[in-house]
Design a protein. Structure first.
Length: 318
């Protein structure tokens, strides 16, 4: 039996993406089970309702709140994989789980593959793809060696299987885990960003700016417009490189994959790396003063105009 293990997080939307990809992979194998694992000190709503064969909650008071002692999580995963034969472990791409994958890899003598954007099976082997050379190219990898394989999925492409063939599982098996910290890591202080930002991966409305915004002041006007519409702010790679936007606002192969209801692209030409990160949006509206911009080929609505003028006029009307 082949088993795929998914490490779940609090964000249900991201869990659903990994579940859909795992189910897609499982269809290729004759006998494959998909399990979703959570860490916590109590059961929560986001722990159930997934199209997987089993949902497991590794319960311990040590997992209460924010815990940066990855040794505890590694102990829990190893204890679980030791009981069952796991072939692939999928981690969501956040700061804690990226580090957890690295620590687990060191403990198990495995090399985790990070920033994966797709997985597939060919000739009995599992393959993955990730950006390379600063996002201008993509590299394909084939997993080999001893199981389990470890992979951090940044934002995965799905579409073949959405889990509708598998009944939604609402049963959570709770396993009490006795965690013993090695005491090598101690959380001294937690500092949170006072500026509240919506996670761009979960946004239903995104106002995104590109090189056509000309300068940082114009990008600040875009932020103001997004604020008035209660939208999230997105950005292309050049604007992030220029310092107008933060890395967590970047959309594309080297940034985030987004699926909002409406994606407004201001001054974005439509490089293939950016298109890959937003093409699954329900509606795409592009504003660009170059009528030959590739982004118009992917847009539901296109406005041939200067993006900066459109933003300023919209602000005046509000």
């Amino acid at each position: 039996m082949i088993m795929i293990l998914i490490i779940g997080e609090e964000n249900r939307k991201r869990n659903d993406q990994l579940v859909a990809k795992a189910r897609e992979l499982s269809e290729v194998f004759d006998d494959c089970r998909v399990k979703l694992i959570f860490f916590g000190d109590d059961q929560s709503d986001y722990h159930s309702g997934y199209a997987v064969d089993e949902i497991i909650l590794l319960k311990s008071e040590a997992f209460r709140g924010y815990n940066y002692d990855n040794e505890l999580f590694v102990q829990a995963i190893i204890s679980l994989t030791g009981q069952e034969s796991v072939h692939l472990i999928l981690f969501p791409s956040n700061f804690q789980y990226r580090e957890l994958a690295a620590v687990l890899g060191a403990k198990m003598n495995r090399a985790p593959l990070t920033d994966c954007t797709n997985f597939w099976v060919g000739n009995g082997s599992v393959f993955a793809v990730k950006p390379a050379l600063d996002g201008t190219h993509f590299s394909q990898y084939r997993f080999c060696g001893a199981y389990p394989y470890l992979a951090v999925a940044k934002s995965v492409e799905t579409g073949i299987c959405d889990g509708t063939q598998i009944p939604v599982n609402n049963d959570v098996r709770v396993i009490q885990f006795e965690a013993k910290s090695a005491g090598k890591a101690k959380l001294l202080e937690r500092i949170t960003d006072q500026e509240e930002k919506k996670d761009i991966k979960d946004a239903e409305l995104i106002f995104s700016g590109g090189r056509g915004m000309l300068n940082e002041d114009s990008f600040l006007e875009l932020r103001e417009l997004a604020k008035r519409y209660q939208a999230s702010v997105g950005a292309s790679r050049p604007t992030v490189d220029s310092g107008w936007a933060s890395v967590d606002e970047q959309v594309g192969q080297t940034g985030s994959f987004v699926r909002p209801k409406v994606y407004l692209a201001f001054g974005i030409s439509g490089a293939i790396q950016h298109i890959a990160g937003m093409r699954d949006s329900q509606y795409i509206i592009a504003v660009n003063n170059n009528k030959h911009s590739p982004i118009f080929s992917y847009s539901d609505y296109g406005i041939y105009a200067d993006a900066n003028s459109i933003i300023r006029n919209m602000l005046k009307l509000l």
